[in-house]
Design a protein around this ligand. Structure first.
Ligand code: ATP
Length: 219
């Protein structure tokens, strides 16, 4: 087993970890993937920079792969909560400066934070929230940037169709900023005060969560 000094260590190459590791590799990053499953390790051998078959709860094994030298580690073990917590704790002990851990429940997330994860993510819950928003009203997509701030993709509400963004006074009336705009069949361009909103345009707007949501639901 070699020692690597790399950028990203991804532990658990299931659906979430596998997708994340592949994306980082495609973006040109150096990625070491670790999993206990030899079949998974084999299937990622040509996709990631390095792969190692190892039990990430084993401190010796993690030391051997040089886990402590990675800038960022992602713990993408979900259902095996015990393995997820132990792995996070091993990475904390090895001094990894940025540990991102996936949680399946709120309690799991709380424990991961207590153990020392720097960022806890809830992919299933967050995707449920996004899809929920996209099903309600005219909203197409929804990203929570912070608990209090959101980015919403939505069809242009009727009340502003035919007006320029300046004329519609979207900031004053709705408390949001239109970031970019896409005509039907066209592509996105930056929004300017003179941009005239047409029927069927798609807008991406940023604002405080309740205001961005309310704008997305105007229809
Ligand atoms: P996903 O939804 O992303 O497919 P999941 O939430 O169902 O994953 P698990 O199946 O628990 O999560 O784990 C994901 C991956 O982590 C699996 O490929 C599994 O083999 C691997 N894994 C689990 N425990 C360990 C461990 N101790 N060391 C290394 N890899 C592990």
């Amino acid at each position: 087993m070699g020692r690597y000094e790399g950028e990203f260590l991804v532990i658990g190459l299931g659906r979430f970890g596998g997708g994340l590791a592949t994306t980082l590799a495609e973006l040109g990053h150096d990625v070491l993937g670790v999993d206990v499953d030899p079949k998974l390790i084999q299937s990622f051998a040509n996709v990631l920079t390095h792969v190692v078959e190892a039990d990430s709860t084993d401190m010796d094994a993690m030391q051997q792969v040089g886990a402590g030298d990675f800038a960022t580690a992602v713990v993408a073990i979900g259902t095996e909560i015990e393995a997820s917590i132990l792995t996070t704790s091993v990475l904390v002990d090895l001094g990894v400066p940025k540990i991102v851990a996936k949680a399946v429940t709120e309690a799991h997330g709380t424990i991961l934070e207590r153990v020392g994860a720097h960022r806890v993510i809830f992919p299933e819950r967050d995707m449920g929230v996004r899809v929920g928003h996209s099903l309600a009203g005219a909203m197409i997509d929804y990203f929570q940037l912070d608990p209090g701030f959101a980015l919403v993709e939505t069809t242009a509400p009727q009340v502003i169709v035919g007006k320029t963004l300046a004329g519609a006074e979207v900031r004053r009336r709705y408390g949001i900023t239109v970031v970019c705009i896409k005509p039907e069949g066209g592509s996105f361009t930056y929004a300017t005060p003179d941009t005239v909103v047409q029927e069927g345009d798609i807008l991406v707007v940023a604002g405080e969560t309740p205001r961005a949501e309310a704008f997305g639901e105007l229809g």
